[in-house]
Design a protein around this ligand. Sequence first.
Ligand code: CMC
Length: 437
Amino acid sequence: MAENTLTITDNRTGKQYEIAIENETIKALDLRKIKVADGDFGLMTYDPAFMNTASTKSRITFIDGDKGILEYRGYPIDELAEKSSYLEVAYLLLHGELPTAAQLKDWNWNITHHTFINESIKKVLDGFHYNAHPMGMFIAMLGALSTFYPDAKDIFNEESRWKQVYRLIAKVPTIAAFAYRHRIGMQYAYPDNDLTYEGNFLNMMFKTTELTYEPNPVLERALSVLFILHADHEQNCSTNAMRSIGSAHTDPFSSLAGAAAALYGPLHGGANEMVLRMLNEIGSVKNVPDYIKRVQAGEFRLMGFGHRVYKNYDPRARIIKTVAYEVFEVTGKDPLLDIALELERIALEDEYFVKRKLYPNVDFYSGIIYQAMRFPVDMFPVLFAIPRTSGWLAQWAEMLDDPDQKIARPRQVYLGERTRSYVPIEKREGKIETAKA
Ligand code: CMC
């Protein structure tokens, strides 16, 4: 019997099948030869929420959840956070290698010179109600941008593909900041191409009467680190949405609108907002032990704790904690930090959390930093989407160039009625079959 194979016995028929193992996986399609009768469809796997299914081979992001390791293209996240800028990391994600000085200069120039948006898009934005959620506007603007760039449909033309990459990475901060300014009723602040990517974003968010906005270098750097940490996280919900939509050969603007919509959900990009609400609710360090007791009793979850993949300290949370102290040197300490630190201290020693391997995740400290930097809470998912754009695009391009990939189209296990006779309206009983699996 060949090594690296799996032998399966079908107890229905007594037949044995040998299935190849490659990269610690078996191909689900290999199971289709397992049948009772010749005309059968063959065996499928049932895996709602992809709990144990690899949907792709990838060379972009590596995570070892048990050891708490995160690497982009093989580079540890803490080294990138310490030594790189966000745009350099975006280059790495999309090209697979760190740029030379000349390549980085070229890349930065290309991104910087696509930051403006067509004036007509402002009219789309002006149509939103004054209290529209910035993430809702952000998603709509991405979809709207696709109508301005019909050349984006040419997804297998290399030159066109790169152009859309420049446009998207460059324009997401602009539409994010414009959505915020619309929300608070302030005139739009246009991009300043003399500033860095992060500095320009702060300029478009917060510029008021000054002729030239001067971003605080500590806050600019903190934003760069936060952007690096959020740039990619392999096959998460929104990335899966990006790949799935893109697999229909949809243009990248529309695909990205779909990915951003997935990120908007509170189970994904919305958790940092929930952490902030939780810390405010706790209100004081002295209330922490009681709050932990209520979590243990199953009343609610400790937001910003736990992760599907990490069963160890999320490496991003460790870096964010350091950044928080740097930011507070400039902004003054947010009193919520003391509550967060006490929560973390007690939880890390507590049997409930230790037994379940629950550690702080990326969202535990990021909200406190964003708040200290004057970003309103409803901008938090948008702040996640800006850097994740480079990850979504890298994953999208990898999917398009992967000969194994086709249009994403899962199977189902059908449990409903079959081939019934049509009932005339006067003979129907009015029973309602509620949706259940
Ligand atoms: N507080 C208290 N108990 C928890 C928590 C928590 N934050 N997270 C998990 N548990 C418990 C859970 O009750 C269960 O206990 P038991 O075995 O007694 O039933 C056990 O730990 C396993 O939980 P699970 O729900 O099976 O774990 P999961 O991998 O399906 O969920 C999670 C992962 C992130 C949804 C979950 O840990 C959670 O809800 N955390 C709070 C929300 C949060 O911080 N989300 C941000 C995730 S990171 C950013 C991103 O992905 O976008």
